[in-house]
Design a binder for this molecule. Sequence first.
Ligand code: ADP
Ligand code: MG
Length: 344
Amino acid sequence: MNYPKYAVLLGAAAVLTAFSGCGEKAPAQTSAERDVFAMDTFMTMKAYGSGAETALEEAQQRIKQLEDELSVTSEDSDIFRINNAGGEAVEVSADAVTLIGSGVSYWNETSGALEISVYPVLAEWGFTTGNYKIPEPERLKALLANVDSGKIEVNGSSVRIPEGSKIDLGALAKGYTGDEIMDICRENGVTSAIISLGGNVQTLGKKPDGSEWRVAVKDPFAPDTNMCVLSVSDRAVVTSGNYERYFTGDDGRDYWHIIDPKDGYPADNGLVSVTVIGESGLRCDALSTALFVAGTDAAESYLREHTDVDAVLVTDDDRLLYTVGIADKLDNISGKSAEVIARD
Ligand code: ADP
Ligand code: MG
């Protein structure tokens, strides 16, 4: 896959530098830092403690392994083999089983908003190659006939999808990868770390000086500007936005890479950015995409019912909505009006 995404990714790296403690009094302990380009994403990792160097070396290897297993384009990957098996069952890695199973659960949980088999539709729009075009409505209709996570079968370590279907874990893989990196850090005795995998930031513990990490969230209407800063520890902060990958069609309208599986068009249900904050990177990643698709009303009611995660939403009329659980951790540095999503 090939995306003109680098400016945004470098922006994310800059956020890390600005908020992860550089320039402050140097803590008297070792630290390690690594930049990796994988999964079409510029990744930065910083860890503190005597095990930091080993942790990040192992993390880099694990990222490579996950990319090899989960890439939709490389011919040896589990996903490529599933997509090209002509409807037959395929033996795959434990990681692929976990992620596909999780994709199907979130499809259930979000009434079909998260749909890992939407890939052929995404490809028709050109998001997989960069050769963008607005598809014919008839073509979208035909492709949508094969989009149905209900037909994905996972049996032990084997996965089968119907002929004509194709899956892609782009909405989930970076969150899962972040969780794996956090585990590797913990196993190596690291108690303080921050990583950024594109729009996904994950933090372990607090900053070495004992304060919380400060993670900036971009303004979807001005992606070079930060809209708010969240103070967090031991949390993933994952954003899905309509500004991350998009093209302007011949009709002058913008079309983005998060697709509404109901009609095959870019999801346009009232939200332009969704940030989910929680303990699990995988859950936050799945939900940032799914709630973006579900739209303002459905996202608000999901968030009222599921109090293990917090979220910051931006509506297409430029309002900022956030859950009550993050209220005292959110610094709104934009001029936007902000409303709390209450939970009673
Ligand atoms: P990003 O990968 O840009 O950080 P997301 O986590 O929101 O953002 O994932 C978007 C990716 O998920 C798209 O690039 C595409 O591969 C895939 N995708 C698009 N629409 C859906 C959908 N409705 N359900 C699941 N995956 C989707
Ligand atoms: Mg996602």
